[in-house]
Design a protein around this ligand. Sequence first.
Ligand SMILES: NC(=O)CC[C@H](N)C(=O)O
Length: 374
Amino acid sequence: MKAVLALADGRVFEGKSFGATGEATGEVVFNTAMTGYQEVLTDPSYRGQMVTMTYTQMGNTGINPEDIESKQLYLSGFIVKEYHDCYSNWRATMSLDAYLKENGVVGIQGLDTRALTRHLRDKGAQNGIISTVDFDHESLVKKARAVPSMAGLDLASGVTCDKPYHWTEKLWDLEAGYNAAKQEELKYKVVAYDFGIKYNILRCLVSAGCDVTVVPANFPAEEAMAMNPDGIFLSNGPGDPEPMTAVIENIRKFVGKKPIFGICLGHQLLGLALGGKTMKLKFGNHGSNLPVMDMDTRKVEITAQNHGFSVDIVSLGHACELAHENLNDQTVEGMKHKNLPIFSVQHHPEASPGPHDSHYLFGRFVELMEKHTS
Ligand SMILES: NC(=O)CC[C@H](N)C(=O)O
């Protein structure tokens, strides 16, 4: 069956339908990861976006019950060059096509994703529509133009958990799979704010020795402090951090009181809570192969990233210094407070999908808590 992708600036791509049929809209971004489509599909940070993969073949390893990063799919559309229905993997239980259908995610395949990526790179990420019911280019472009811009949208409130819960699962072990940590392994009490948290962040925290309680985005700082945590963690999540004013105000209450570690949206919210500014990038960084320098050690790590917004470090000059830098576009990849036990990164040390070069950051958080626990 035919499917069409139309962008708000008038560019149209024709392809074939896979996954769910119908119409889907969102901001179209490209992801440069070669593997890990299942983690991409279930990353809550993609809410409101349609993702095109620059790697050419998708579906080859099917879908398994273990590589999910949240309880559902959040992105609104999936755009691939070549979909392969014949999957092969020892853990696979279903095809990518069936998975998208089951979860109502509209897909399109068989289009020139290289041309699409170059277009987004040159003109910037923008809204689009995939349709399997309307093939009229003009009408589709009009619909794409009517989609609200990502800038100014608070999307995290729609993906956070309803109530606090305890997380005990550790990182995947090749022989044993996923296992719960024993209570005696968990030395540091961490309250983790869920703005759309990925499971592997929670596993990394637990494997680093953290006793993790996940709380909703609007969980009052006073109640979190009453739990007497050793540290506060701020998660990744979708949308623009700027409109999340109540959350930013709440985060400010931990500053100077507890060690804080933030990832991605959590890093951006922390930047705003410390008095800085954030901005929208032209097309952002989405992939598993992005070089970053740790400014302390001058070591370069290859990182997983997924963001369209960025912290403006100049706006934070008085409080924070640049701790990590993206070597492709020189964006702020991490910051640390000059006097307080507070640091954050724009990239994803939990990977999933991606290399594990940055796992050491969870150890840094634990070291900070060790130093500052009274
Ligand atoms: N992965 C994330 O946390 C993304 C943060 C934010 N939504 C952005 O696009 O920049």
